[in-house]
Design a protein around this ligand. Structure first.
Ligand code: F3S
Length: 70
């Protein structure tokens, strides 16, 4: 699962960083960006929390289509 931030939608509310500092940071202008390419399993709920709490709905989680074959 990949975290995405819509930079045009982000208004710098900073809730993503407050709720999931392992996954999101904000740049010098206050806009969020993901810190990881893949959300570790143990942080999936935290990532979803950030999605739900962004007032601008700027965060999305993209399922990885390349599911591992086992
Ligand atoms: Fe931006 Fe939403 Fe985070 S507006 S700073 S992505 S809480």
């Amino acid at each position: 699962m990949r975290p995405r931030v819509d930079r045009e939608a982000c208004q710098g509310h900073n809730r993503c960083k407050a709720l999931a500092p392992e996954l999101f940071d904000v740049d010098d202008l206050g806009y969020s960006f993901p810190l990881v390419d893949e959300v570790p399993d143990e942080l999936v709920e935290r990532a979803r929390l950030a999605v739900r709490n962004c007032p601008e709905r700027a965060i999305s989680l993209e399922e990885d289509e390349r599911a591992p074959t086992a």
